[in-house]
Ligand binder design. Structure first.
Ligand code: GBH
Length: 498
């Protein structure tokens, strides 16, 4: 990443990336088109009861066929970058056990070229949750060290095929939640868990998340090693990883609650970043977990250190954290030993941390953006950071009309508040290089199917018609002014109704 010099008239540096984000399974559809193999989400969603509205991503928002139309929407927004992910099974239908699918390569070539033609920087995630079913069937995905070779092979194919034009690479999206859902709660494939509330048939919720995470961390390191030794000098891009970075606010000023909040950060974020940057797991995790935590060999440790060029931050929400280690929490309310003994709550003395939304996990607390960015800046010595996702989700009432969704003043206010907090962090010295809104379009929201909408554009799921919401026009104006707008929008949105 190139250093950019500050522009006194704006908190955002001159080459700041303003974009929108997406992911392959949530957008593309075309699940059997042109030689694509089945992936774990194709198989998972085709089984009953895994998605609340019984839907799947077979068609999703048909980005596979409508990407040109979607690029036009980006042009209209004025974004200078687009974050998307590659469907692994489109490139390698059977992982490393089969051939490269030329039609898959061709699709991403066309997408990348069309973006560049419009001056939009492709920002590419290698895998955003989906992987070839072959890998799941053969060896249970991330539970086996063999996954490292498979991922490295895939990464190599992508760098070789697209790296002449792609300057930003992300290895994994939110592996911290991927392993939690896949191997602790069992609510994502491969649906492994042993907790009483889960309905998994096999797994070990207290051990497998750490094994899966370990293999993902080493897979990341393997891909970075390939990029740095074979491609980076020639291609000149940069590579990072994306984590979900919620902010955990201690519920009181007591030392116990502060330590609990620190454990919450460690057990969800530093769990991945410490090994990749320092070559070891966080000390809190080592102390509590002991031998549950897999070990890195000496050569692995060397390979791991400084293993990224930027930290990708998905930040949406914050919660309060209460200690459950030094004093017992009410049974069933705190996390177990393997998550670090703390209790998460959205309220303090009956007052929520921020305005609530339709989604039970999403509270509007813009201060969390400044706090998490500042926290990561300090812990990782201001390695460049990029906000790879931030967004506002709605369920809408059962009888909601398109008009109700188009008047998304709350989404614009949410983004305005978070961008304002981000600009404060940048002004105080945080090296943040970009911001991607989740999401360009309403899309397939994993186990919630099509019931939750995060788009700046509304999608009619019968016709797949895209319609800009109020937030799209708001974001367009913000970008046109390089983020230099009056941030407190309540007044602005009243002045510029949809
Ligand atoms: C992102 O994760 C994903 O990267 C993206 O694919 C998705 O569409 C987008 O969010 C919107 O949800 O069940 O209490 O543990 C966002 C972070 C982390 C939000 C897990 C939901 C579940 C809270 N997600 N979180 S809980």
């Amino acid at each position: 990443l190139k250093q950019t010099s500050g522009n006194p008239s704006s908190s955002f540096p001159p080459n700041f990336l303003f974009g929108t984000a997406s992911s392959a399974y949530q957008y593309e559809g075309g699940y059997l088109s042109d030689g694509k193999g089945l992936n774990n989400w194709d198989v998972y969603t085709h089984k009953p009861d895994n998605v609340i509205d019984g839907s799947n991503g077979d068609i999703a928002v048909d980005h596979y066929h409508r990407y040109m139309e979607d690029i036009d929407l980006m042009v209209s927004l004025g974004v200078n970058s687009y974050r998307f992910s590659i469907s692994w099974a489109r490139i390698l239908p059977k992982g490393k056990f089969g051939k490269v699918n030329p039609a898959g390569i061709n699709f991403y070539n066309r997408l990348i070229d069309a973006l560049l033609l419009k001056g939009i920087e492709p920002f590419v995630t290698l895998t955003h949750v989906d992987l070839p079913q072959e890998i799941e069937d053969r060896y249970g995905s991330w539970l086996s060290p063999e996954s490292q070779e498979d991922f490295a092979y895939f990464a190599d194919v992508c760098f070789r095929s697209f790296g002449d034009r792609v300057k930003y690479w992300v290895t994994f999206n939110e592996p911290n939640y991927q392993v939690k859902f896949g191997y602790r709660t069992g609510t994502f494939p491969p649906s492994r868990c042993s907790w009483p509330f889960g309905n998994c048939t096999s797994g070990d919720s207290e051990k497998e998340p750490f094994i899966a995470a370990h293999n993902i961390i080493l897979s990341h390191a393997a891909a970075v090693h390939i990029y740095r030794t074979k491609y980076q000098a020639k291609q000149g891009g940069s590579i990072g990883i994306v984590l979900n970075c919620a902010w955990f606010e201690p519920i009181s000023n007591s030392l116990a609650d502060k330590l609990a909040a620190e454990r919450a950060q460690s057990f969800s974020i530093n769990w991945f970043l410490d090994p990749i940057i320092f070559g070891r797991y966080p000390l809190e995790m080592q102390n509590i977990l002991g031998s549950i935590l897999p070990e890195f060999s000496t050569t692995e440790k060397e390979k791991l250190q400084k293993g990224l060029d930027f930290i990708g931050i998905n930040h949406y929400s914050s919660s309060y954290v209460q200690d459950c280690m030094f004093s017992a929490c009410e049974p069933g309310t705190g996390t177990s030993k393997t998550e670090g003994f703390w209790r998460e709550t959205s309220q303090k003395n009956g007052i929520p941390i921020g305005e609530s939304t339709d989604l039970d996990w999403l509270y509007v607390y813009p201060g969390g953006m400044e706090k998490i960015v500042t926290y990561l800046k300090k812990r990782y010595h201001n390695i460049p950071m990029i906000i790879t996702e931030n967004g506002y989700g709605e369920e809408g009432k059962a009888n909601a009309t398109i008009e109700d969704f188009l008047q998304d003043v709350k989404r614009a206010e949410y983004m305005a508040g978070y961008l304002d907090a981000l600009s404060t962090a940048i002004r105080k010295g945080a090296d943040v290089r970009g911001y991607f809104a989740w999401s360009l379009l309403d899309n397939f929201e994993w186990q919630y199917g099509y019931t939750r909408r995060f788009g700046l554009h509304h999608v009619d799921y019968k016709t797949l018609k895209r319609t800009p919401k109020f937030s799209a026009s708001w974001y367009k104006e913000l970008i046109a002014e390089h983020g230099k707008v009056k941030y407190q929008t309540t007044e602005r949105v009243q002045k510029h109704p949809y």
